[in-house]
Design a protein around this ligand. Structure first.
Ligand code: ZN
Length: 196
């Protein structure tokens, strides 16, 4: 049995399997200024959170298949009809109708450019990205919102054309399965596990 908790759904119910909590030894907390007298103990806790993607699941599943999915309001009564959302929005924020799911992979490959960017030398806890992290805001032709992601290969600059790359080898089914490289990057220079 796996050390990590795993979950599947059957008959519309979560079916957890494996170990969802791990006993980790506590350690004493002592007072260095007062003869190392006991003040307390640490209580390490570790848990597996069951995070449901709901209507966004198709977005994450598609990344592993090298497809970038957006959404569009097609409601005939909505003043914002035809608005395209990337990042993926399940519902139209204006009329609250359920949006249509559309594939913008080809649009991304031909029209994605850097709107703005920031380079971070430090990161928060649990960071998995290589530092410095080159965060980029991406514009697409015909898309009304801007996507935040990160540039894996190349140097960011305003207006730089970028191409999406997808983690197809051992996908994590998180947003980290999507990254970007500057136009002209060779397939052999992509991060391990990623492809165009
Ligand atoms: Zn709408």
């Amino acid at each position: 049995m796996s050390t990590f908790g795993q979950v599947f759904v059957k008959n519309n119910k979560y079916k957890p399997q494996g170990s969802f909590h791990h006993l980790t030894p506590n350690t004493p907390i002592r007072d260095a200024d007062n003869d190392w007298k006991l003040l307390g103990v640490t209580n390490p806790r570790d848990m597996t959170y069951i995070h449901s993607y709901g209507g966004e699941a198709v977005f994450f599943e598609s990344l592993s298949k090298k497809r970038l999915m957006a959404t569009r309001c097609d409601s005939p009564d909505c003043d914002s009809r035809g608005t395209v959302y990337m990042p993926f929005r399940i519902h139209c924020p204006d009329c609250l109708c359920r949006n249509s799911i559309i594939d913008i992979t080809d649009t991304a490959k031909t029209t994605a450019t850097i709107h703005t960017f920031m380079v971070c030398e430090r990161s928060g806890a649990f960071n998995l990205l290589e530092k410095p992290i080159k965060f980029i805001n991406i514009e697409f032709k015909g898309v009304d919102t801007i996507l935040m992601s990160y540039l894996a290969v190349g140097e960011p600059r305003f207006g730089q054309k970028v191409l999406p790359v997808f983690r197809t080898l051992e996908p994590t089914y998180t947003i980290l399965d999507l990254s970007w490289v500057v136009d002209g990057t060779a397939e052999s220079d992509l991060p391990q596990g990623f492809s165009f």
